[in-house]
Design a protein around this ligand. Structure first.
Ligand code: ARG
Length: 583
């Protein structure tokens, strides 16, 4: 179905005529004094035409045909046009919404998206550093799919690199097989640390590790088998965590998958003159194609701009992360024909992405694929320093999820002493995991955020438990009334109260909010929307009795409650968050 916003925009477009490319938009207002929707088109047109914006607004309104859905539009302030919807418009929109399986989300032009996210490294535990990429990427994939796009969720795991020389050596010399059996990743992590230390202080150990790496790269059977076993053990660990988080990938093509194309990638860069030999290594330098400030191959110091090349082959002939990423885009473009590839990583990788995007563009001037780096800030502890365990180690994702469930369990148990144990555990799982995901998705992704158990598990404020609780409270109304109390017959709907209309307006905004999330890859927009929706419901519930109301208000309010509950549940599911039926 069409959104109210889209209907108003097309009417406004018809009235405005040729805007000379100025986009015609209206926004839902935050403040009811400015009507329900507001547009600043007249002000933008007036600027270009050097005219009085209020006069331009007057001219547009004279041609504007909105009488079927709005009160007479008003001009406000410097030339805003304000629209106030008729109560009948809102009631009719709600009736359509109640029957719409897409929750009022319009069909948008389909696009093909590859989302590269999570991407942990083999032989290491998944830790807090992977949280944001995993949750953000998954939310974008879910939202993309619901909007109707073709989404390829690709886990670009780190399964290649110099660390495997040390790991092969450690596997042959110091590994404790019993420990490996018990806790594979813990043991791999332990021996890697030991081997790394040994290599730092002992050149002979370093040489031995290098020799193992060379053998692995040359396809030595024993080392290949060890390497494959390390990948298998790691994947078991990743899969356990993804199952817990209900995260699915369409493919898991690790870095090593692209090895066969690395030599050709470097060769092509040399042939086209994009890369040059430099001290035995092969690098890409600036081609002066963009202003210095925007050039990823330049860096500024006190003496001015100087080269900051991207390395694509080391002096020893080995390729690196950049080479692999270049081969990876080529593969994805061939295989998936994406309109956009979205890479979800830490903000510290920004330079890497700017450089290899630029190299790809120079190599494929004709390529229309949009390359997006969806980067994020760090998670901090309550002391404002990087989030660590009490003993100063990195926080493992599995431990974090265990703690979330355990803490949620205490809260749920305290609230419901009589709840059977398995049900209490299940609710605690839904609340605990949901709370961690939501706390991560809510802040603007480009900032750092402070991880606080008390805040994220609170039933008050903008948290998952608050939204889950809003859902549960609505469901309990239906338990009391009986599910059959719901009478969604549009003819029976009748709304009179401002709080009812305010809630309908919020519900109508779901379809207006969702498509924009993919523009700049910001699921936090959905978090904030759901919080506003829960608040609008809360105000409605305070102002309007539901079960005690007389007909037709009772049925109408039940219908409002039902659509709100379903929208909350669906919206949370797009963030990868479940809802319990009670809590
Ligand atoms: N494995 C990398 C890391 O842990 C992330 C990979 C991101 N994706 C990519 N195509 N570079 O930092």
């Amino acid at each position: 179905m069409e959104t109210i916003q889209a209907i108003l925009e097309s009417k406004l477009r018809a009235a405005a005529g040729d805007t000379g490319g100025i986009p015609v938009t209206v926004q839902a207002t935050q403040d009811a004094r400015f009507g329900d929707y507001q547009g600043n088109l007249a002000m933008q047109l007036a600027k270009v035409r050097k005219a009085n914006p209020r006069v331009v607004a007057q001219e547009i309104i004279a041609r504007l045909d909105v009488a079927d859905i709005c009160e007479a539009p008003e001009i406000a302030g410097a030339g805003f046009i304000n629209f106030r919807l008729k109560p009948a418009t809102l009631a009719a929109h709600f009736a359509a919404l109640a029957k719409d399986s897409r929750f009022g989300v319009p069909v948008v032009p389909q696009r093909r998206l590859v989302i590269d996210f999570s991407s942990p490294n083999v032989a290491k535990p998944m830790h807090v550093g992977h949280i944001r990429s995993t949750f953000l990427g998954d939310a974008l994939a879910r939202i993309g799919r619901f909007l109707g796009h073709v989404v390829v969720a690709d886990n670009h795991i780190g399964d290649w690199g110099t660390q495997f020389g040390m790991l092969c050596l450690a596997w042959k010399t110091i590994i404790d097989k019993a420990a490996l059996e018990r806790d594979p990743i813990g043991e791999l992590e332990r021996v890697y640390k030991l081997q790394n230390e040994a290599c730092k202080s002992d050149p002979a150990a370093m040489d031995a590790a290098r020799a193992e790496l060379v053998k692995l790269q040359a396809g030595d059977a024993e080392n290949l088998a060890i390497w494959k076993e390390m990948i298998r053990l790691s994947q078991v660990q990743f899969d356990t965590i993804y199952a817990r988080l209900d995260i699915k990938f369409d493919c898991t093509l690790g870095e090593s998958f692209y090895n066969p194309w690395l030599k050709d990638t470097v060769g092509e860069l040399l042939r086209t003159g994009i890369a040059q030999k430099s001290d035995g290594a092969i690098c890409v330098f600036s081609d002066g194609g963009v202003p210095e400030k925007e050039d990823p191959f330049l860096i500024k110091d006190e003496n001015g701009w100087k080269p900051s090349p991207a390395l694509v082959q080391k002096a020893d002939g080995a390729s690196n992360y950049t080479t692999t990423d270049l081969a990876t885009i080529a593969y994805r473009v061939r295989e998936f024909a994406p309109d956009e590839i979205i890479y979800v990583t830490d903000g510290r990788q920004q330079l890497h992405f700017r450089q290899f995007f630029a190299i790809w563009r120079r190599l494929h001037v004709e390529s229309a694929v949009t390359l997006s780096h969806c980067w994020f800030g760090s998670i901090l502890g309550e002391d404002g320093k990087p989030f660590k365990t009490r003993s100063g180690d990195t926080v493992k994702l599995a431990d974090l999820l265990d703690e979330a469930e355990e803490r949620a369990y205490k809260v749920v148990r305290e609230k419901n002493p009589e709840l059977p144990e398995p049900e209490c555990r299940e609710i605690a799982r839904i609340i605990g995991i949901g709370a961690v995901k939501y706390a991560d998705l809510l802040p603007n992704r480009q900032g750092d955020y402070v991880f606080s158990w008390d805040k994220l598990l609170s039933f008050q404020g903008n948290t998952a438990p608050y939204l889950q609780n809003a859902y549960v409270r609505i469901r309990s109304i239906f338990r009391k009334a009986g599910e059959s109390a719901l009478n969604p017959q549009p003819s029976a709907l009748n709304f009179t109260e401002p709080a009812e209309f305010a809630l309908i307006k919020k519900l109508a905004q779901f379809g207006e909010t969702l498509p924009g999330i993919l523009t700049d890859h910001r699921p936090n927009i959905l978090c904030n929307y759901l919080f506003e929706l829960a608040n609008a419901y809360h105000s409605f519930y305070e102002a309007c009795p539901v079960l005690k109301a007389a007909e037709p208000a009772r049925s109408s309010r039940l219908a409002l409650s039902d659509v709100t509950a379903r929208t909350l549940k669906h919206g949370l599911s797009l963030l990868g968050i479940e809802v319990p039926e009670r809590m």
